[in-house]
Design a protein around this ligand. Sequence first.
Ligand code: G3H
Ligand code: 13P
Ligand code: ZN
Length: 313
Amino acid sequence: MKYTDLGLVNTNDMFMRALRGGYAVPAFNFYNMESLKAVVNAARIAHSPVILAVSESALKYMGADMVMAMVRAMDIKPQEQIALHLDHGRSVEVCARAIECGFSSVMIDASDKSFDENLKMSKQVVEIARAHNVSVEAELGTLGGVEDENTSGVAGYTNPEDATRFVMETGINSLAVAIGSSHGAFKRGREDEDLRFDILADIATRLPNFPLVLHGASNVPQKLVTIINEYGGKISGALGISVAQLRRATKMNVCKINVDSDLRLAFCAAVRKGLAEKPQSFNPRDVLNLAMTAMGQVCLDEIRDIMGSNDKL
Ligand code: G3H
Ligand code: 13P
Ligand code: ZN
């Protein structure tokens, strides 16, 4: 399937505009109808470009046919600037399959491999993607954290010199950098712990006008953490990246900010609270509606307060 038949766009143009405008395009992960609707509706309300991100495991969970059918059902128009993106594709094959299915952007994440192997795999994906006008993101360096299978557990900051060579030789469209963020809800020991803006500045200087990507960028809103803990959850100590630091990154060539955990928190907070407050209800749609609204609110808040991508269509 061609992504243009679904009204989708690749990320090239939206990134160039974001670079020029000093804002970031949000990449929100989705994994079911509710999260997809929440993200698309929020982007529509805010007049924001948006990247619909699907991880390998979310793709397996929903099935590629279901993903494409749901995206089609959203009746997306090209002027809405919506991309469908494979998040953390671990192999050339999975990227190629996503492109065949109709994704408009793919990430090849070979960041756990050697520099040479990462370069080789990223180049192969670029070759395949180019024929379909699909954008390619790759990653250099490794994110910290131990929360999911997309994280190696050991943080290794991106080497700015390597980054320049990697971008030149691979022909990728954007680069995910490791500057101290990590996946999941337990990112920092202290609230004032800084991202490595010195490394980001160095990369941005060596690669002027080149789109950079920040993974593991959830803000972890404390009001959601409080609700989850109040209603039986156990995630005390969850801490994200501050709004101020994320905004600062958007001024330093970071034009895609990845958020998954914040939507998961919103979903779980709404479901826990909803079930507790209406113990007589056993209609799943009651809590799923609450969850959809809560995820949509997080998207809207972050589009406006962090990304700065509202009213940019
Ligand atoms: O970066 C990764 C996302 O948080 C996706 O996680 O593989 O559990 O869907 P997942
Ligand atoms: P968070 O876990 O911080 O939401 O990061 C999501 C991400 O990087 C998806 O690729
Ligand atoms: Zn990620």
